[in-house]
Design a protein around this ligand. Sequence first.
Ligand code: PLP
Length: 451
Amino acid sequence: TQYGNKRLEKFSRSIELQRRASQEIPESTSSNYRGSGSYAPYPMVFMESGSGAELTDVDGNNYIDFHAGVSAIINGHSPSRQIEAVKQQIDNGPYFATSYEKEHEAAHLLNEMVPSSDLAKFISTGTEAIMSAIRLARAYTGKEKVLKFEGMYHGHTDYALVNVHPGAEDLGTRRNPTKIPETTGIPQETMETVESAPWNDIDLLEEKLEREGDDIAAVMTEAVMSNSGLLWPENGYLDELRRLTNEHDVLFILDEVVTGFRMGLQGAQGYFDIDPDLTVFGKAMANGYPCAALCGREEVMRFLESGSDKSTFMGTFSGNPLVVAAAHANLELLHEVGEQGYKKLYDRGERLTAGLKEILADAGHDVFVPKFAGFFAVHFLDGGGDPAAWREYRDIGPNTDPDAYSRFAAAMMGEGIFLPPKTGRINLMHAHTDEHIDEALEAAKVAADHV
Ligand code: PLP
């Protein structure tokens, strides 16, 4: 379109860099999620720098960032306290293959902040933390299977890539869902160790655990479903999940990779007052640095100490001093931000979502904008039915038009507002100001006409 073409000129260097990168990197970047074409007709933008809530690309375009590093940035890009902490560690040296004081200090902070955490270990990514949690649950319970929920993404380990984003029509019955791998290359034997169920249905979960609880080591869930658009748990669902897992000697693994420190200082478990056995953090915990954590109940976590009947936890770069320094500085910063700061962040989110809803409705779009504290999703509706009644993954796909969202995200990018390319989490961070929200709403008035 004329609108798109005019703006394409602004991205000439990114276009050239993407062309060159695609000759040397499959999909022209290391995570396919960031892959090319996401913001069509615009290229994948090559970002150069970020400061606070703002980004600058290689063509010199500026953006207000609501992608927030796929939810990894909570305190804005490059807060000076964090830079100083990392620089100090760079000067001291990046890695010695020994224990070090900061590691303990960071674990101490984490254990103090997170209600269910007695002990913690650090690792590089959410994926690895989930992988370790699954193995630990198996070791602790002596059982093999893990139950996950349809529509939930828990990273890219084989054990989590089942029924992540399948076509809802391919899923089979709710009682006996078909298991669909997210990618080829996952062994059938691995698939057989993963069970899947629709989320938010306590009766189904109860049936499943009555039937198969003797084989299930853990139930793994987020507190809200954050990777398929945003769904809230039914009232009491997480409490019942806790009760049932206890009853069947099944561990409750809570994935707080997204909700942790974005939701508040205690994560979603504080908000919903739930007490999982194991919790996984990542993303916002280190504000953009590759540091994740597995933490939880002492008796279970002690299984990560060496011993022939125990589990293990390794990794040359697990708890690497550079990223642990980043996490530590970030947790301290969040302490200072405090509940008051999170309240302000929620309020800005409230204003942004209310404004977007109004602007998109005025432009003739039927949208649903569910939100959870520090992030929200924009669904363009396409199927009738009342979105307030959505409970599970199967409710979303048939009723939404994800391409319409992607067109909106692309149009917003043309206006200098950086959103995730696919329906997902639009993130607030502490670095956003009221002016950033105003600017985003002004941009939305233009973008709404180009969906
Ligand atoms: N769990 C959830 C809920 C996630 O959203 C993600 C990543 O998006 C992960 C786990 C995996 O984390 P990582 O990408 O750091 O491996």
